[in-house]
Write a protein of this length. Structure first.
Length: 272
């Protein structure tokens, strides 16, 4: 009998996780079955309990349940604690291990796949919601010269900065506050691209040889990446690589085997 895993969310039909993990299992010759589970908005914990009792080994968690997954976890990794959100669950008896692989996936895509060094660079993180919280700690561990957190609602940016106050290279503000500053890496972790809206970034924000990275992805450049290109960003990337790399990290946590990601990233990028 293959071990059972699943991705849980609402909605869930659009998820690429079954395709990705099926490819990973073929590549690594791991005997697993991977399902999609549409959970009712107020029924996450009950669905988890049924899956766990039926012998399910692990889950990926997508919107809107990452905070719910954080709350039901009996043990949390450093990344999950920092993010206050969980996207990867491991079931072991009565224990539920919660992890957050989003930041690891982002860093692997930027540093390994794109060959962009974050250390000593000036980094701007746009957004202070759940997506941003999951990537702050992994970014800081790369030892950038500065990490600026910018958000339309400035109080959320300040709150996220305060969470990482032990790091002395973090600043926060709204988009107007970064006027006159240049950044080597700008990451869009807002929901603006989902609704087709650009960010209100000041002109002159992108430094020479800068990378613009949008954690969203689609079949054409997002408004953020279009703006970045107009502003002279040398390198542009959407979030397909992050999607695959965070899944690869989940797979490694579950199976102890790290799958190759390059060909799958290329395939999904072509199909966008």
């Amino acid at each position: 009998m293959p071990d059972t895993y699943a991705v849980i969310g609402n909605p869930i039909a659009h998820s690429k996780s079954p395709l990705i993990h099926t490819e990973f299992s073929k590549q690594t010759r791991q005997d697993i079955c991977y399902e999609t589970i549409l959970a009712p908005l107020n029924g996450f914990a009950a669905v988890i309990e049924v899956f766990q009792q039926s012998g399910g080994k692990g889950m990926n968690v997508t919107v809107p349940f990452k905070v719910d997954a954080y709350k039901i976890s009996t043990q949390l990794t450093e990344q999950a604690t920092a993010a206050q959100a969980v996207n990867t669950l491991v079931f072991d008896g009565d224990e539920i291990y919660g992890d957050n692989t989003d930041g690891t996936g982002l860093i692997r895509d930027i540093v390994v796949n794109l060959g962009f060094t974050i250390t000593t660079k000036r980094v701007l993180l746009c957004g202070a919601g759940g997506a941003a919280r999951g990537i702050v700690l992994p970014l800081l561990k790369q030892e950038p010269r500065m990490l600026a957190i910018s958000n339309r609602t400035v109080q959320k940016a300040h709150k996220l900065r305060q969470q990482f106050s032990s790091y002395k290279n973090v600043i926060s503000g709204n988009y107007a506050d970064i006027a006159g500053k240049e950044f080597d890496l700008i990451i869009n972790a807002t929901s603006a691209s989902l609704i087709g809206k650009p960010l209100s970034l000041p002109l002159g924000t992108f430094a020479t040889e800068s990378l613009a990275y949008d954690i969203m992805y689609g079949n054409r450049h997002t408004p953020f990446l279009q703006f970045a290109r107009q502003e002279g960003a040398t390198h542009l990337s959407d979030g397909v690589g992050m999607l695959v790399e965070q899944a690869a990290e989940s797979f490694f946590i579950w199976r102890g085997v790290r799958p190759e990601t390059k060909l799958l990233i290329e395939m999904l990028s072509q199909n966008n």
